[in-house]
Design a protein around this ligand. Structure first.
Ligand code: ADP
Length: 153
């Protein structure tokens, strides 16, 4: 079984995340979208809400599951029998950040490979941070989040 973990905050899930998972779904037997519980990074939306929106987004993709986890991502991967970490790249800044994490994860667990997909050009400017800013200021975020979800639900 080829299992990939897609770790992140998903606060909230965006069309950028949706695209990465949907494009990777045919490549793996199972993708676990894993919401990291990080005590120093509280976030805006609570974990059950983030999880609900991810489930709604991938309701029609049978090999996608949603979980929350704490601790090291590589430890969660081993626990789930996942040999792959899936991440998305938007820019040089993402690359710099992801490069370090992926190299450290490889040193921690040699049998877990990080697999990168480039963002689709139309989603390269979308981030959860910007979606939150717009939402907080009563702007319309519908074009940035998956069609299946409504942030007001
Ligand atoms: P984290 O807090 O771990 O960065 P995020 O939820 O912000 O969590 O992102 C999870 C993953 O999704 C990261 O690999 C990030 O680069 C990727 N990602 C975020 N937004 C986009 C986007 N618009 N296009 C492609 N990948 C994205």
């Amino acid at each position: 079984m080829k299992i990939a973990v897609f770790p992140g905050s998903f606060d909230p899930i965006t069309k950028g995340h949706e695209s990465i998972v949907k494009r990777a779904a045919p490549l793996f037997d199972k993708i676990i979208v894993a919401i990291g519980v990080n005590s120093s990074k509280k976030g805006m939306f609570d974990h059950p809400t983030r999880e609900k929106w991810i489930k709604q987004t991938f309701a029609d993709v049978p090999n996608v599951e949603v979980m929350t986890y704490s601790g090291l991502t590589v430890d969660f991967c081993i626990q789930q029998n996942a040999n792959y970490i899936l991440r998305g790249l938007r820019s040089n800044a993402d690359f710099e950040y992801e490069f370090t994490i992926a190299q450290m994860n490889k040193l921690l667990k040699d049998n877990v490979e990080t697999f990168f997909l480039l963002t689709e050009p139309e989603y390269s400017a979308i981030s959860s941070t910007i979606v939150k800013d717009i939402y907080r200021n009563n702007g319309d975020v519908s074009q940035f989040v998956p069609a299946a979800i409504k942030l007001t639900d």
